[in-house]
Design a protein around this ligand. Sequence first.
Ligand SMILES: NC(=O)c1ccc[n+]([C@@H]2O[C@H](COP(=O)([O-])OP(=O)(O)OC[C@H]3O[C@@H](n4cnc5c(N)ncnc54)[C@H](O)[C@@H]3O)[C@@H](O)[C@H]2O)c1
Length: 426
Amino acid sequence: MSTMTRRKFIKATSAGATVAPLIFSRAWGRMSPNETIHHAVIGTGGQGGGHVRKFQNIRGCEVVAVCDVDRKNREKAAKDAAANVKMYTDFRRLLENKAIDTVSIATPDHWHTPIALAALMAGKHVYVEKPCSHNIYEASLLKKAATQYKKCVQHGTQRRSKGDHIEGMRLLREGAIGDVYVHKAINHQLRGKIGKAKPEAPPEGVDYDLWLGPAPEVPFTRNRWHYEWHWFWDYGGGDVVNDGIHQIDVSVWAMGDRYPNRVVATGGMFYYDDDHETPDTLMAVFDYDDGQIIFEQRLYTDYKLEGHDNGNISYGTDGRMEFGRDGVIVYPNESDSYQVKSPEPVEGIVENFLTAVRANDPSLLNSPIEKGVVSSDLCNLANIGYRTGVADLRFDPDKVEITNNAEANALVRRSYRKGYELPYEG
Ligand SMILES: NC(=O)c1ccc[n+]([C@@H]2O[C@H](COP(=O)([O-])OP(=O)(O)OC[C@H]3O[C@@H](n4cnc5c(N)ncnc54)[C@H](O)[C@@H]3O)[C@@H](O)[C@H]2O)c1
């Protein structure tokens, strides 16, 4: 029997859930197939603008509200939504709108969990972009709140909704490449330098205080702003939580959505000599009793690593399986290969979210939050290893603690600016 088939897979459970104290939304039970789902997008920049178009184009769903602290992005997004769309600057006001059933969150990462928690408490189902949280402690709260409030929380790791990936995982578990001991996650691409930006006044029409939210108050710069915030620890976590998380998610999926025994991570700022705080080079090994996930990130190249810029390779005793831009390919040996195809059409990640919402059944989600949390946590652990130089991190997911190093454990949580504390503490 292959190693994969022996593994136990985590099952979503709502056992132990308590009833939500307040339910404002009408999305509290199974909806009729003809009922329209009223959706809101919070954070309408690059990705959130895409959310508006995507949700709006799905039959049975209408984008009724958009929210952004930047008037320009808010108004641009509103043009793609229904004619009667409501615009909000402050998500807290949006969440008071009882007509909204579902929200998607595509803000910078430091806002993901605080908004998701508030949305769950307001009775909404949530689609939260990856990474689900800015830090490990937040992720644990989000998982807890999803269970407590009995809502669907989909994590924006879309590869789990690709038919060839689903079929590839099935084949992997059936032993198509024998016993599998190593899963490689590759993030190998050129991401340019950002220079050094000077402090300036925030652009007109921007609520910068609300953009900063829980993060410390610092002067506005063009680099601590749209998209480039990814490279600052206060808001993002660098490319491992930006693009790398998609590949780590595929490897974690292959490992059965489990936590490793230890994390060994190291990296460097070899190429960037600018405002970047997050590294251009990062390597992490996630050690399990029965195998390893190896993550490799290099952001100074425009050539591929073992055929991939963003991709995965699982190495078995009887061949290897690759998940990448060319689909899923099995190589039983060096001269043979075959492409994996889905035996049936599979819903995309957004359609899948809406199906689960309609049935009011989180077990239908392809990227349920409890799995997203594992992938997000592994990325955050890799960053903690890099930042502290601790080469052997032991994380206890039940205690939500790094148990063998106090300095590393301090990065499991962040502090919250006054007025922007978390709305839920479990
Ligand atoms: N799943 C994917 O493949 C994928 C792809 C791209 C981006 N993403 C994720 O989407 C998120 C957004 O990324 P982006 O590239 O669009 O960033 P972005 O900076 O372009 O957009 C973020 C938007 O959020 C707004 N915002 C900030 N704070 C807000 C708040 N409190 N309330 C409302 N709006 C707020 C900003 O003004 C901005 O318009 C990130 O978390 C990123 O990881 C996912």
